[in-house]
Design a protein around this ligand. Structure first.
Ligand SMILES: Nc1ncnc2c1ncn2[C@@H]1O[C@H](COP(=O)(O)OP(=O)(O)OP(=O)(O)O)[C@@H](O)[C@H]1O
Ligand SMILES: [Mg+2]
Length: 343
């Protein structure tokens, strides 16, 4: 039986751009799929096809048990969507925006009011609740839009880059909201360029590039494809580099690389934290002072690079062509290495 979100061979072409080139997806109920890919990969197009906003040229999709082409209204009634660009009514206050959504979904006035108040609180908008949305900052609008998508609790949710433009605290807040939703049984498809985010939230990740799913798996499975872990050491004294290199080579499973100007040495290893402890003891017994040492596991960034041969970054001409002012927080979470550091 197909999952709560199911797609088979979705194709969508705009002129000579093949935005989707045969996308297959299957998201079991109550799980989160992270759709991960760089600008222009086709994430939003996939979301728009699955949420009935766009007709695919080819392929089939079933959402919450309904075929998106045959039963678009039933699909719409079963889903919540927070699009890439916040869709709030500028001339209504935050509270009015949320109450209006409740009323649109036939909630009683009292219930809509209570739900609005609860969500304003949860998204840290209570203080600004009675100001018109046009006075909101970008991050506040985004939060209001996400709150609007949660007024009713639909069984299937789509969030297109929900945390782009949110500051770290609000990102954290949204992650908590998402986790709570999913533990209540909601199925979620989330797009993101933040590898760390997919890592954190998604049960399963589909990496998209040029309208195709190029890899699929859990974050651990994808990381395993990139190969093993490394020990990174920064020695305090430049004179110690040679000895430290000798020590590391004794533990390593490959060549030790040295970055002279940062006094950083890196070596591929197997053996995890236990080995790290041994390396520290050995360096210490040789009298080598260390500024930093850690076990570095491959990040999803590394995975993306190894899968696509390029980093998950905007191609300048594409983002310009889109001209949509991709939100400001881009890249803030990228390139962060997952590091267990011992000081
Ligand atoms: N309405 C449209 N008309 C023409 N081309 C489009 C349209 N919508 C999307 N495209 C093109 O399809 C491709 C995929 O776009 P899409 O918006 O799905 O990418 P994305 O993965 O969501 O990117 P981003 O990370 O920038 O949001 C891009 O090359 C884009 O320019
Ligand atoms: Mg997009």
């Amino acid at each position: 039986m197909p999952g709560a979100i199911y797609a088979e061979g979705l194709v969508k072409t705009f002129g000579d751009v093949k935005a989707l080139d045969g996308v297959d997806l299957d998201v079991p109920q109550g799980t989160v799929l992270g759709l991960l890919g760089p600008n222009g990969a086709g994430k939003t197009t996939a979301v728009r096809c699955l949420t009935t906003l766009l007709r695919p040229d080819r392929g089939r999709a079933v959402v919450a048990g309904f075929d998106v082409l045959e039963h678009p209204n039933e699909v719409r009634r079963s889903i919540g969507l927070s699009g890439q660009f916040a869709a709030v009514d500028e001339y209504l206050t935050g509270r009015e925006n949320l109450q209006m959504v409740g009323r649109l979904y036939q909630m009683r006035a009292g219930a809509a009011k209570a739900r609005a108040a609860e969500l304003l609180d949860r998204f840290d908008l209570a203080d600004a609740a009675d100001r018109t949305a046009k006075t909101y900052s970008g991050g506040m609008r985004r939060r209001l839009d996400l709150a609007a998508a949660l007024v009713v609790s639909p069984p299937v949710m789509f969030m297109d880059e929900p945390t782009t433009g949110l500051d770290p605290r609000n990102r954290q807040l949204l992650w908590e909201v998402i986790k709570r939703l999913v533990s209540g049984g909601t199925t979620l498809l989330l797009t993101t360029q933040y590898l760390e985010e997919a890592d954190h939230l998604a049960h399963d990740i589909a990496v998209v590039d040029h309208g195709r799913v190029i890899a699929r798996g859990t974050s651990d499975e994808l990381k395993a494809r990139t190969g093993g872990e490394r020990v990174e050491v920064v020695v305090h004294e430049r004179e110690h580099i040679t000895v430290a290199r000798e020590v590391l080579s004794g533990f390593g499973k490959g060549e030790t690389t040295v970055e002279q100007h940062t006094r950083k040495l890196t070596v591929p290893v197997t053996g995890g934290a236990k080995l790290l402890a041994e390396v520290i003891r050995e360096l210490d017994s040789r009298g080598i002072e260390i500024d930093d040492i850690g076990l570095r596991r491959p990040t999803l960034d590394d995975v993306f690079l190894s899968l696509t041969g390029h980093v998950a970054e905007a191609k300048a001409e594409e983002s310009e062509a889109e001209g949509q002012g991709q939100a400001e927080g881009q890249g803030q979470a990228e390139g962060q290495s997952e590091k267990e550091t011992v000081r």
